[in-house]
Design a protein around this ligand. Structure first.
Ligand SMILES: NC(=O)c1ccc[n+]([C@@H]2O[C@H](COP(=O)([O-])OP(=O)(O)OC[C@H]3O[C@@H](n4cnc5c(N)ncnc54)[C@H](OP(=O)(O)O)[C@@H]3O)[C@@H](O)[C@H]2O)c1
Length: 344
């Protein structure tokens, strides 16, 4: 049995990963419709050896669609997701549009798959930085509840979209050619090549950034603990793909690095790479195109007896976006919660 699938934002970075991942995981696709803006209408993208034409997203795009994977930004999700859900599709939305809506489950399949049952036609995919952190922390949280999280991220430019990747390439070429004085930043307010920008997205009135606030709020929603103390500093670095996170976590009791390694080595979706003597630790460049969340540098927090520090890396376009969304779709199919009307 196959399902009628639509991808909104098919021409984007995450859209491209959707196509690859549906193919790689042999997702049961009956028909696949590709949508983007009017600029891309008529463009061809390949899937399972076939060339499929991209169409402009309109109000009429969703009739007969079972699963709609959205990845075209919050405005497009706000506009078209309710229409798609109304037409009978389950929407899995990669944008921030509905993540904190109490009526919309926010799901990481390794962590809170049962939350999917509460959906009313839309399921939200969390922010990329949040996903990889909760995949790494939840197995430990299940053994000893977390009391506090402090996280600093080192985020790749692909998190901003294809324009930012091209800008990093151009700026790097300009710097190498000795033409750094001719750089005019567009994707960010400052040059990203050979630099690190201490913010991701936009600043809020409380001096945090939207990305940092998403990490705080989304982690609490996914782990079902609205009071969990969390603080985040999100930094953009000149890496194409693969977010790194230095995570400092405090438990209710001491947890040795050996115990944590043992728990994480059996955890779903996690791969422990932790042998610093052999220079083995997670690297963003090695995460590209992979599905796991990599954890290493696990060690005692020298400032707190109940604390651990670790380094967490994942491909932000795959586990941070498209893969997690496809895994949600797989749970939707397995748990038979395809559309609200099918629920008992
Ligand atoms: N990159 C990441 O790591 C990441 C992680 C998690 C979530 N996300 C989210 O995923 C979304 C897309 O990210 P991306 O990195 O793939 O961006 P991207 O490479 O810039 O692609 C944007 C996509 O949105 C489409 N689009 C733009 N305007 C549209 C319109 N009016 N109607 C329909 N489609 C339209 C574009 O189509 P055209 O080609 O026709 O312009 C393109 O397919 C964003 O919401 C982002 O926050 C990204």
């Amino acid at each position: 049995m196959g399902f009628n699938v639509a991808i909104v934002g098919a021409t984007g970075l995450v859209g491209g990963e959707f196509l690859r991942i549906l193919e790689q995981r042999k997702f049961p696709v009956n028909t696949l419709r590709l949508y983007a803006s009017d600029r891309s209408a008529g463009k061809k993208l390949s899937f399972m050896g076939q060339e499929l034409e991209v169409e402009e997203t309109t109000d009429d795009s969703f009739s007969g669609v079972d699963i709609a994977l959205f990845s075209a930004g919050a405005d497009i999700s706000h506009r078209f997701s309710p229409i798609a859900a109304q037409a009978g599709a389950v929407v899995i939305d990669n944008s921030s549009a509905f993540r904190m809506d109490p009526q919309v489950p926010l799901v990481v399949p390794e962590v809170n798959p049962k939350d999917i049952h509460a959906h009313n036609g839309i399921i939200a995919n969390p922010n990329c930085s949040t996903i990889q952190m909760v995949v790494a922390l939840n197995p430990l949280h299940q053994i000893s509840p977390i009391k506090r999280i402090l996280v600093s991220t080192y985020q790749a430019v692909s998190g901003t979209g294809s324009n930012a990747m091209e800008e990093l390439r151009q700026q790097t070429a300009q710097m190498m050619a000795g033409e750094g004085d001719q750089i005019t930043p567009k994707a960010y307010p400052h040059q990203i090549a050979f630099n690190a920008l201490p913010f991701v997205e936009a600043f809020l009135d409380n001096d945090y950034t939207t990305e940092e606030w998403k990490m705080i709020q989304e982690t609490r929603k996914i782990l079902h603990d609205q009071e969990m103390p969390i603080s985040a500093t999100c930094v953009r670095v000149p890496v194409y793909i693969g977010h790194g996170e230095a995570v400092n976590v405090e438990f209710g009791r001491p947890m040795s690095s050996k115990e944590a390694r043992g728990i994480l080595s059996k955890a779903p979706g996690v791969k422990v790479l932790d042998n610093p003597k052999d220079d083995l630790y997670p690297l963003p460049i090695q995460s590209v195109g992979t599905d796991d969340v990599f954890v290493g540098r696990i060690r005692q927090d020298a400032s707190h007896p109940n604390g651990l520090v670790m380094w967490v890396v994942a491909d932000n376009l795959r586990k941070g976006a498209a893969l997690n969304a496809v895994q949600i779709a797989e749970v939707v199919i397995k748990e038979e919660v395809l559309s609200p009307s099918m629920r008992r």
